[in-house]
Design a protein around this ligand. Structure first.
Ligand SMILES: [Zn+2]
Length: 309
């Protein structure tokens, strides 16, 4: 693929176009917007376009040369995608245990991008979850941005822009991303091999986020329609969560999304009080991100849905 085939993010890609064509890139970009809508993917495609050996007239990647092929396979040494899995690899820890972006990770990256590339290629570091940068890590990054090496682009990615340190935000060129129309989510799912009724159902539940749709599919969280109205269901759902806290949290989050979607659906069909129900769900979601027991949160969310059954 290439930048022009990223779905549903025309506005972001139009903002990047002139920089790409002139090869005048700001040292740091901040890609912000909902989770799972293609921000890191766009970062990768941007990096591919910058280093493509046979770019198109609009400076987009050819998606066929040796450079593009390496980038698509994730083996281009000049294009780093740094997420929880990357940090877990550096630290030899479990992925689920990476709750913040550590200073060692940022220093490792800085060292890496500062190694001047004799081939004149661009260095691109895509840093996911920028809101999780520890203070020390953010300071290290800011220092590096004061005197950025040439042909280096940091792409900071976040779905919680309000939590990114203001000093970081102010040093970045900001690029907004939005939720995708359901038809685009469906197309992305089909491209990933999800078809038929399952693709349609997930696209409906996704709230415009293909990433979220794929995660729901992976977690196999049951549809509230299957259990709504059963008195013991809230307790059964809670008991069904994985024992380990760090594994239970994403499953609980998926339950909350599905329950919220179901309440919203009932609201569309005229059930009263759904706005209050959705506010309650949002509140439970924020507790989940602190240290409240996911079992309790899932129980309360399921009981909230019962009010609309
Ligand atoms: Zn190419």
């Amino acid at each position: 693929m290439s930048l022009s085939t990223v779905r549903g993010q025309g506005r972001a890609i139009r903002l990047l176009g002139p920089m790409l064509r002139s090869k005048k890139m700001p040292p740091a970009l901040l890609f912000y917007g909902p989770e799972g809508v293609g921000k890191a993917l766009t970062g990768r495609e941007l990096g591919k376009a910058l280093n493509c050996l046979a770019p198109s007239a609009s400076a987009d990647a050819c998606d066929a040369c040796a450079s593009c092929t390496a980038a698509s396979k994730g083996i281009d040494p000049d294009l780093k995608r740094v997420d929880a899995a990357y940090q877990a690899g550096l630290r030899e820890e479990e992925v689920e245990r990476q709750r913040s972006v550590r200073v060692d990770t940022v220093r490792h990256l800085i060292k890496d991008v500062e190694m001047t590339s004799l081939t004149g290629r661009w260095k691109i570091a895509i840093l996911e979850d920028a809101e999780r940068l520890e203070i020390e890590a953010a300071n290290a990054l800011l220092k590096s941005l004061e005197e950025p090496p040439s042909r280096t682009v940091w792409v900071l990615v976040t779905s919680r822009r309000e939590r990114v340190l203001p000093t970081i935000v102010s040093r970045c060129h900001r690029v907004p991303f939005g939720a995708l129309p359901e038809s685009d989510v469906l197309a992305v799912l089909q491209g990933a091999g999800v078809t038929g009724a399952e693709a349609a159902r997930l696209a409906r539940l996704s709230e415009g986020s293909p990433g979220r749709a794929l995660q729901l599919r992976k977690l196999e969280v049951s549809d509230p329609d299957e259990w709504a109205g059963e008195p013991m269901a809230p307790f059964r759902l809670a008991d069904g969560l994985p024992k380990e806290l760090h594994l239970a949290r994403p499953v609980a989050e998926a339950h909350l999304r599905r329950i919220a979607w179901r309440i919203r659906d009932r609201g569309r069909r005229g059930a009263p009080g759904t706005e209050g129900g959705l506010r309650e769900l949002a509140r439970l979601g924020s507790y989940l991100r602190s240290n409240v027991d996911p079992k309790l949160i899932v129980q309360l969310a399921a009981l909230e849905l019962e009010r609309f059954s």
